[in-house]
Design a protein around this ligand. Sequence first.
Ligand code: F6R
Length: 238
Amino acid sequence: MKIVHAKNYDEMSQKAAAEFISLIAEKPDALLGLATGSSPVGMYQCMIEAYKAGKISFKNIRSFNLDEYYPITPDNDQSYRYFMDTNLFNAVDIDKNNTRVPDGQTKDPDGFGAKYDEAIAAEGGIDLQILGVGPNGHIGFNEPDSELLLGTHLTALKETTIAANARFFASEADVPRHALTMGLGSIFAAKKIVVLLTGNGKKGVYEKLLEGKVSTECPATLLHLHPDCTVFVDDSIL
Ligand code: F6R
């Protein structure tokens, strides 16, 4: 794992976006693994700017998102489908048929999860995965636990995550209690991973990463085991 310091959120966003922009320039039909939340918003903005400047096109780009609340409809403004449309997809020339977000309305979460992982593999695997990290160390919605699941699955959100995400909702009671998330195996299958470590309450996660130990009780530490993982850390942490 490579840890790279950035002087602020903007610099972190630019550095992370540069990874995506060079991949898209080299491989115009790359398969991207995408995340939502506050961490990648600036990075998506930089990618939109690169598109508007004519440096890259998303015409043949394909994507799979990490997670989605459950249950939720795609037109709900708290859904991760809505987030992706408004923070990236609507502003670039991507074909939305090539963008996949877990189905927050599926009646069969187990079957859905298996199919989602199969679809990622069938399309050649994720070239570059972006991750944020929760204050409790979660990646995707793989919450701290004694055991973690490999495949895409339905999970219950921990109180720490509900509290952290309450800032996006009218009240904590409105935060969904469940989500579909890629599992550790789905995430680790990505050829390259870029992590954004930014935001309140995450200094403890940064310190754990520096310890150089791995624990399922802090899922982000498992990224030490990935062969090509870079963590960008901004001044909110340092
Ligand atoms: C979102 C996701 C989550 C977030 C994490 C950090 O798709 O998978 O793991 O990345 O909760 O959220 P922010 O960026 O809002 O601090």
